[in-house]
Design a protein. Sequence first.
Length: 392
Amino acid sequence: MSERARQWIEIDPCDTLFFRGTESTETGLILDHTSGMPYIPAAGQKGVLRLAHLINSLKNGDDWLSEEELRERGIVDENMNWLEDDSSRALFGAGGSNDALAGRLNILDAYPLLPPELGEEILNPHYRDYYEGKRGPTEDQSPVPIKFLVVRPGAEFVFRILLRTPFSEAADIQQDKLEKIVHAGLRRSITDIGMGAKTALGFGRFSLVAEQEPAEVETWIAGEIEKKRPWLAYVRKITTVKDWGMFNQVVLNADIPSEWQKKAEVGKAVAAAAGNVWQQKPEKWTTERDAVVGQWLSVSGASWTPLAQLPVGPEKTSPVDKELLAQITGLTGWKEYTQLKTQLKIKIGKLDKECAQALKEKFKTWKLKKSKDRQQKKAFNALGRRLKQFSR
């Protein structure tokens, strides 16, 4: 392994710079393929960040540096061309046949802290025939509104940047200096320049409201999410329910804000907890329990399938997850299944009978039984074991 390859692998420690912004909207909205969340690609961020670094290098605060000051700093040559200094080459890399070097910046896609609210905006070209080269911009042409999706103001995005260790050929620049350059560049790029199109109209602009140290980022994010959705801590508590007595204490007799009961996450967790209690001792489940659980869930809008009438013993089954069943039925291939499995954290050993049978049909269609792929064989065997449990 070459020295350069070895040093690329040894990227620890990295420094993570964390920013959160508000009031963002974006034309040309890009949605994540797996989650459907809008996000800002890393490649686009890097281009804006490089522009921001150029502007920062030519200014002192809000004032442009004089020609003499720029030359003293070695930023321009005699022809007033901007020269990339060592810091710029270290961060963004350099081209050339003899001195090409990869930059130290590793920029990650920026995702919302929480699912944002989407809205509609319009482009309103007034002279369609003129733009298509058919005739001049006459007043008899009608506007043609074109709708596009935007992220409404108030969304909060997380920006992460990693600084890896330098290659041996790179200039020796202190880490603290590079961190300050990146901080200043990112502030300018998201607050002054903006990300994406129509930034002059306020699209793609952010207000910086928080920074966090690398070791504290994930903990801080979790805390911020719980501040905005305090019922998530209650959802975690519901998942610990093991029997009917605990269900009474944690759910039915719990002193919680009435608004929490209306949240979809809470309703789904309560339904799952009730189903787990039934699975533990289905012979003790009564119609009275069904009525109580159904009434509690009616506030959140979650559906409840009565369990008291389900068979107990060899034909025992579990409550049908209708939403998951519909998603499994709509699968078209193994890759799509793995994406759904990761997104919903599906465990084959926990599937209800209907979902397991639907997945069996999919595996049969995809010919997983004869597959030589290790993961596919593993999934096929796990599903077989799960289906055998329902026939005992």
